[in-house]
Design a protein around this ligand. Structure first.
Ligand code: ADE
Length: 260
């Protein structure tokens, strides 16, 4: 997978891409990241990438020409790339979006700054806008890193153990059960006995129940979009969880339909 980042702060990306799993993915050639300084494509001698908004108002707006020139050079006619602008105005980035993006051959990120980006650039060149949450960052750089991180770890061979991504919180639509490692007893608290039993079926049952309990407690709305196999339903019924799930799903659906 190739990622390209268009930014006026190219130095921003040094350290975050040089650590851990992302660093290894780069070294192994599983991902490539190109960082492009929009300022290099500014037309005037002061290399201006922003200007005052027409109609007045606070702040500065990113000019369309340097962005367009930079993007055209990076794409070099490639039509398979997906151009993504990071902005608090976009739809919310999620694990599902990460999964959808992970099958693209190339993603190009436009990191907006200041009060925004000239709308004509967005209309002509941007395939989709994404927000990483309902808060305003000083620019799209951190958001681009978040998306690159979440997408990269879904690519084949990027995580050491392939199925770690499969068992993630959210990838099956629910929050992941708690994890424990050595020592067996930490400050007087022992690891749940079943995890030491070596009984893989019992461990899988325990983890399913813990996953569902955690999701019921913290993010019950996630249960709306999940379906359980008959075997899982049997386990959840025995634990008294199936009825709770059905009630919650019914309540949310009623709420949704009455909200129109
Ligand atoms: N730029 C500023 N705030 C942002 C956000 N929440 N998500 C993506 N890009 C942004």
């Amino acid at each position: 997978m190739v990622f390209d980042i268009l930014t006026i702060f190219p130095d921003f990306f040094g350290t975050p891409l040089q650590e851990g799993i992302i660093r290894r993915a780069l070294e192994d050639g599983k991902i490539q990241v190109g960082i492009h300084n929009i300022r290099d494509y500014a037309l005037d001698r002061h290399h201006m990438t922003d200007d005052r908004p027409f109609g007045g108002g606070e702040g500065m707006v990113m000019k369309p020409e340097p962005l367009a020139e930079c993007l055209k050079t990076v794409l070099a006619g490639d039509e398979t790339s997906r151009v993504i602008m990071l902005s608090p105005k976009g739809p919310r980035f999620s694990q599902q979006v990460a999964q959808r993006l992970a099958v693209s051959p190339r993603l190009v990120f436009i990191c907006g700054r200041y009060e925004g980006v000239d709308e004509r650039f967005r209309d002509k060149y941007v395939d989709e806008e994404l927000s990483i949450g309902d808060y305003v960052l000083t620019g799209g750089e951190l958001a681009a890193l978040v998306v690159i991180d979440a997408v990269s770890r879904l690519l084949p061979g990027v995580l050491g153990c392939e199925d770690s991504a499969v068992n993630d919180s959210f990838s099956c639509g629910l929050l992941k059960h708690a994890q424990y490692t050595r020592p067996r007893i930490f400050e007087g608290t022992a690891v749940p006995e079943v995890l030491l039993s070596g009984d893989h079926a019992a461990i899988a049952r325990y983890r399913l129940v813990e996953t569902v309990k955690l999701t019921l407690e913290r993010r019950p709305e996630l249960l709306l979009d999940v379906s359980f196999t008959p075997a899982e339903q049997k386990i959840l019924k025995k634990e008294g969880l199936l009825g709770r799930i059905e009630t919650i799903v019914r309540e949310y659906r009623t709420e949704r339909s009455s909200a129109g």
